[in-house]
Design a protein around this ligand. Structure first.
Ligand code: ZN
Length: 508
């Protein structure tokens, strides 16, 4: 079952000139949620993340910090790994572009593309944005400001090597036509399709003005363009070109998760590089939106950066993970607000989910000697069963399509319904007369919570582990396919009340 079902998901590799912030945490948490979900579905999953350590931007940051670029990279990489561990990110591999293995892979890929006749030497002059590591055209931006980051560009003129991107225009167009879901959301697909139709220009893939990069195999005076270098991590991260078994198993990637500002590189330049090298393009590029702060993009230069630490001290790691994926549909922009965060945390996590767990465990302790009772299948509430059945299908469907917020909404339907169920049947009254019905109610509640804990496991792994301990199901072998059938929890399972899962956060 395992080998035929693989799932390979990646984040972009992050520049080592800044510490992880809410934007990079967002992509990485989303990737982690998806990877965990796929593991629960029985897929052999490879989750790749890492750091992009070459190029002029890093060189400059290092110089201004009085460090060698590799020193700067080492420091920031340590930071990244710490934060990812803190945020409970379970990646398969963390790749650094300064690794020897990666360098060899980039040079190997470069040679393949060169052998295919797609590299030539030419002169380039133009306006360059160092922050984005790309040339801009005056067509894009007559005022010479970078259209992506709005920074002032610099004029460069140098002898470069070029990749014949223009040669792939027709191939790329027909690829897009045949793979309508190659780029998601579909608005992004339309954008890219229109742009490719307007024509592709060759891209410069070498730099000779600095040497912080991977040496070009055909001309040692040049280093390979940092984007060529960075994109190749998706291959080298799974063993290209040497570890062929692992590579064959996982390539092509099922999805590259990215932020929308780097869509062009991923959805056009990268597939064309792969086509030139005789490799398959990735199956999907999913471009999510940006978090804004009072409608402004969050960025270092604007001084409005939110760091994971700012949130998790107060709301916990799972509070952050939940909020980021619940607040806005994945794919759209959204405003980061501590008020919205607090409301969702207190209401949805604290009042709705946390209380449901607390009420259920306390009642099982009180009315059933702390053990899950036997139940009568004919007395199980029909609406609850119906909701469990209907949401099951749509939760999985939403997850498959990265609609995290809708999957969570579905899960909360079950939670709200369960709270209402308690209010309606009033177990404290049943305890006086209808013990058999009371047992079925208690069973239904603990079993529903067990199912909820599995759905929520990818989103909030630590809290769900705690919750499952309280329900007495912590050592169960869980999987989405087997775990969702109603009636799995064994009568006699011992529950135990713990601390509230999501203690209320008050205003200070
Ligand atoms: Zn820029």
């Amino acid at each position: 079952m395992i080998n035929s079902r693989k799932y390979y998901i990646t984040t972009p590799i992050y520049y080592v000139n800044a510490e992880p912030h809410i934007g990079t945490a967002y992509t990485t948490i989303a990737g982690d949620v998806m990877a965990r979900y796929k593991r629960l579905c029985g897929y052999e999953t490879f989750y790749l993340t890492g750091t992009d350590e070459h190029g002029q931007k890093i060189l400059r940051s290092a110089l201004s910090a009085g460090l060698e670029p590799k020193e700067l990279a080492d420091r920031v990489v340590t930071k990244y790994k710490e934060v990812w561990e803190e945020l409970n990110i379970k990646y398969t591999r963390f790749i650094r572009t300064t690794e020897e293995k990666h360098k060899k892979a980039v040079q190997f890929l470069f040679r393949k593309i060169d052998h295919n006749g797609d590299i030539y030497k030419g002169k380039y002059s133009g306006w360059y944005c160092t922050a984005c590591e790309r040339y801009i055209t005056l067509k894009e931006s007559p005022d010479k400001k970078c259209p992506v980051c709005q920074r002032q560009t610099e004029f460069f003129e140098e002898e470069n090597y070029f990749f014949k991107l223009s040669k792939y225009q027709d191939k790329m167009l027909s690829y897009l036509r045949e793979h309508k879901d190659f780029i998601e959301p579909s608005s992004r697909y339309n954008e890219i399709f229109a742009r490719v139709k307007m024509g592709l220009e060759d891209v410069s893939v070498s730099r000779a003005s600095f040497d912080w990069g991977i040496t070009m195999p055909i001309d040692e005076k040049h280093v390979i363009w940092v984007w060529f270098d960075a994109l190749t991590n998706y291959l080298s991260g799974i063993g290209y070109p040497d570890e062929t078994d692992n590579f064959k198993k996982f390539w092509p990637a099922n999805v590259h998760l990215i932020a929308k500002d780097i869509l062009w590189f991923h959805s056009v330049i990268w597939p064309c590089m792969l086509m030139s090298a005789g490799l398959e393009p990735p199956c999907k590029i999913f471009a999510h939106g940006w978090w804004t702060m009072n409608a402004d993009k969050i960025s270092k230069s604007k001084g409005n950066v939110v760091y994971p630490r700012d949130v998790i001290d107060k709301f916990g790691v799972d509070g952050l993970r939940y909020f980021l994926l619940r607040e806005i549909p994945f794919g759209l922009d959204g405003d980061f607000s501590f008020t919205a965060l607090k409301n969702r945390y207190n209401n949805e996590l604290g009042n709705e989910l946390g209380n449901l767990v607390m009420r259920t465990v306390v009642m099982v302790e009180k009315y059933s000697n702390s053990t899950v009772p036997q139940y009568n299948p004919s007395e199980v509430d029909k609406t609850i069963m119906e909701t469990l059945r209907s949401t099951q299908k749509s939760i999985c469907d939403h997850m498959e399509h990265f609609r995290f917020s809708l999957a969570l909404e579905n899960i909360w339907e079950i939670i709200r319904m369960s709270n209402k169920y308690i209010d309606n049947v009033k177990p404290w009254l049943l305890a006086k007369e209808k013990l058999s019905h009371l047992n079925t109610v208690l069973y239904t509640l603990t079993e529903t919570l067990r199912i909820i804990s599995i759905y929520l496991m990818p989103f909030m792994p630590a809290s769900m582990e705690t919750m499952r301990k309280q329900l007495g199901v912590s050592d169960e072998n869980i999987s989405i396919t087997e775990g969702l059938e109603f009636g799995q929890i064994k009568p006699g399972t011992r529950v135990s009340k713990g601390n509230p899962l999501f203690p209320r956060v008050e205003d200070k």
